[in-house]
Design a protein around this ligand. Sequence first.
Ligand code: HAM
Length: 424
Amino acid sequence: MTLTTKPRGTNDIAPGEIEFWHELEERIRRVCSAYGFQELRTPIFEHTELFQRGIGEATDIVEKEMYTFLDRGQRSLTLRPEGTAPAVRAFLENNLGAGSLPVKLYYYGPMFRYERPQAGRYRQFVQFGFEVFGSADPLLDVEAIMLPLELYKACGLSGFEVEINSIGCPECRPNYRQELIEYFEPRIDGMCSSCKSRLHRNPMRLLDCKVEACQEVLAGAPPIAKHLCADCSQHFSEVLSYLDALGVEYKLNPRLVRGFDYYTKTVFEVTSKELGSQNAIGAGGRYDGLVEELGGKPTPAVGFAVGVDRLLLALKVQGKLKSEETGPQAYLVHFGGETKRRAAWVAHYLRSHGFWVELDYLNRSIKAQMKAANRLNSRLVLIFGEEELDRGRVIVRNMQDGHEQEADLQELEQLAKMVGECAK
Ligand code: HAM
């Protein structure tokens, strides 16, 4: 059973679907280069401590979702559950902040979280994320929202919504935490076990609890707005005014808090109405304290990550994933023996000129080879008959109109030209 079954929460991306991934990856590269981002590739696993320190000990991810193991040298390593902490580590380790600021980096690849799998929630999933280091400019918070919106739009996605909030900074949060604890304490008996366990450790996280029984209490919880310090408050109002000026629609959600300890000030999430409970197709925020927390100089930063699997799911529901008809430019039909050798030689020549060329490897009859060419949707069929070969020629049949002509096998350049013409 385990030999032919993939681990729970993982996916194969087979032909028929991989083409959509390739197209999306191409779009990601295009939008990133328009915004001046360069790619960063970090290891799939990191020292466990990076995530404990970076994401925070009292978060769901660190408490229960990490794939952590000891390697043969007894080092604790963890498959990366997200890309921000590794990006900060790489930024520091490679001294990427030494040049001009801000530094804009993007990454694309698999992340791992031990979550309960369901539609849109996997244990291995792909994120496209990006991080900007070295500026506290609120315009960058806004660009961190606009870049993924550009991507969603370029893919043809509609019906998504941006939610935004400010969760303040270490200066304004203590008072808010206290107010939350005072509000929740007398009501905690009716709340879920996870809210109970977090009340004193991380009371802000109660705000995004999804358990039905907690919703009534949550609806009455005080918002952070009146606790924001002057700096956070000014920053947030500038973010909102840039969003307005740039025509970006958003919804203020005072309960948006996000599941990572590193965020400061602005946090945002984009949801798609096509997806059920796992409806976030991307999220991010500002994290001005993380670089310092991980050993660097104080460096403001902001970023975002798109859930690529979920984006493709939403596009699929909206019927935006259309496969294009493809097929080889030429299928080479042969009769075995010397004709196969010549066909192999021509196939090699045409492939080296960039054409997609197929031929028979199953010693099938001519009829079966013609059928195979048809099934593959080949534009041309090149027939290597013995009699034609004796004359140094090959038959070229256009599969669209059935027209046939001969080509000279001494003039392979001519033949390549002919294949190129028909392939248009
Ligand atoms: P996150 O909200 O944990 O943020 O993940 C970002 C996106 O990844 C989610 O909105 C969702 O689309 C996708 N995602 C998360 N978990 C899963 C899963 N189990 N299965 C499928 N898709 C999933 C972060 O990871 C932050 N590092 C984002 C960030 C970058 N903040 C600043 N810079």
